[in-house]
Design a protein around this ligand. Structure first.
Ligand code: UD1
Length: 429
């Protein structure tokens, strides 16, 4: 069955609050696993079947890129079947790559497959400066020389090194994934990546690559070792649940839940959030893969000081949503943003609703208020949209969130899931 979802308009959401959430939903497959795994399907011409793929705008952008690169991709419910359609094409059009940063991860695999590649420099969420220097410096060590001209990266595979050591200046998720996905197909090359990212999505990517025949050790730690192989094969693989979607709904439950039940949640993946819930006094229970959150008066919750960090620390992708919650907790909380130091687009919008948040450097000081009030708002990026949605559901009166379509990049079946939690919103284009 063909079913696609792409962002073409900038819609708005009308919410009348305050509302109460009660109901049960199942968390979808992880967007941030699906994207690098889809990019890695370029490493083989054999058939790949992927299960638990969320039908999101970003996933469809990656599918468009794969199709441009010579793949035939079809949906079967929440599975994707990926086959070779023509020879690999390593010169990609500007549009889809510019639209989404994760698309840059095709550069290395395409260069290895064809000896050269031309790929646009990526765009993505407007959450701060997002350079690709770690990617290009790492690829250079792997034997890929790149130059940037007219907004495109032109890359050439120049040599096969025997041993490569890349030490990342910061444990970048994208650079770690890009370098792994490139190194696996460098026959006779042993690659060590130190200070690499340890996110569950990296482990998922490595498990997927191993199922294709790759030789990788140390994934999930800060040192990964890769022994390049000559060929990778077709496979069938199920990706992990989306920890950021789970965390978003968990925070929503803590703000306005009577009782919400989230299925398909991996405790180890959201441990840092549960730890914060513990400190705040949020009433939650984690049993097997089900997280239940029961309402408790916000007046009984305690303020917290939080710092975003790479995994296993608290994820930057839940920072805006947590800030919406903390804006209503009595006392003084703080959030220090260590990953994208200027990721505070949502602060002005929350303040327009009556929140008291003050940003100093990369720290937001949040003084809890007793209520938020509905207001016209602008959504600027994916997770800011989610934070504003949470705030609007708890605020008194009507909120209109303009430019809200960013949210479809990361929340599959959003309206269906909100309805299952008995939350009412109106969407219009
Ligand atoms: C990924 C996630 C994104 C998440 C982020 C941090 C995907 C598709 N996206 O993004 O949702 O917010 O991890 O957890 O998985 N940096 C450089 N040079 C580089 C690369 C990164 O300076 O070449 C810096 C960035 O500007 C940022 C930090 O490193 O300050 C972390 O970025 P990175 O981990 O690379 O984020 P993404 O992979 O883009």
């Amino acid at each position: 069955m063909e079913h696609r979802l792409e962002i073409e308009t900038m819609g708005k959401i009308k919410v009348v609050g305050p509302q109460k959430a009660y109901g049960e939903i199942t968390i979808s497959g992880s967007k941030n696993s699906a994207l690098p795994i889809l990019a890695a399907t370029l490493l083989t011409d054999e058939e790949i079947i992927l299960h638990n793929i969320p039908n999101l705008a970003d996933v469809n952008t990656m599918i468009e890129i794969l199709e441009n690169a010579g793949k035939k991709v079809s949906w079967e419910e929440s599975s994707l079947i990926i086959k070779a359609h023509s020879n690999i094409n390593s010169v990609l059009p500007y549009g889809p790559v510019r639209r989404m940063r994760a698309s840059f991860n095709v550069l290395g695999p395409l260069t290895i497959r064809n000896g050269y590649a031309k790929v646009a420099l990526p765009g993505g969420c407007s959450i701060g400066v997002r350079p690709v220097n770690f990617h290009l410096e790492g690829l250079k060590k792997l034997g890929i020389e790149s130059k940037i001209e007219h907004g495109f990266t032109h890359s050439k595979y120049t040599r096969t090194p025997e041993k490569v050591h890349v030490s990342l200046p910061f444990p970048s998720v994208g650079a770690t994934e890009h370098l792994i996905t490139t190194a696996v197909l460098l026959e006779n090359t042993e690659t060590i990546i130190t200070n690499c990212a340890q996110e569950p999505e990296i482990v998922d990517l490595c498990n997927f690559l191993i199922s294709m025949g790759a030789r990788i050790e140390g994934h999930g730690t800060s040192n990964i070792k890769i022994y390049g192989v000559e060929k990778l094969y077709g496979t069938e693989y199920k990706i992990i649940p989306d920890r950021i979607e789970a965390g978003t709904y968990a925070i929503l439950g803590a703000v306005l839940g009577e009782k919400i039940i989230l299925n398909n949640v991996i405790e180890d993946h959201i441990f840092s959030l549960l730890d914060i819930f513990e400190k705040m006094g949020v009433n939650y229970k984690m049993e097997k893969n089900t997280l239940t959150i029961e309402g408790i008066s916000r007046l009984e919750l305690s303020p917290v000081d939080v710092e975003t960090a790479t995994f296993p620390g608290f994820p930057t992708d839940l920072q805006p949503q947590l800030m919406a919650l903390l804006s209503l907790i009595p006392g003084r909380s703080s959030i220090t943003e260590n990953v994208f130091k200027t990721r505070f687009n949502h602060v002005d919008e929350l303040n327009r609703m009556g929140a008291k948040i003050f940003v100093e450097g990369n720290t937001a000081i949040i003084t809890g208020v007793t209520k938020l009030s509905g207001a016209p708002l602008e959504a600027t990026d994916l997770r800011a949209s989610a934070a504003l949605l949470i705030a609007s559901l708890i605020a008194d009166g009507e909120t209109i969130i303009n430019n809200v379509d960013h949210i479809f990049r990361g929340y599959e079946k959003l309206f269906e899931k909100l309805e299952k939690m008995n939350l009412k919103i109106e969407y219009s284009e």
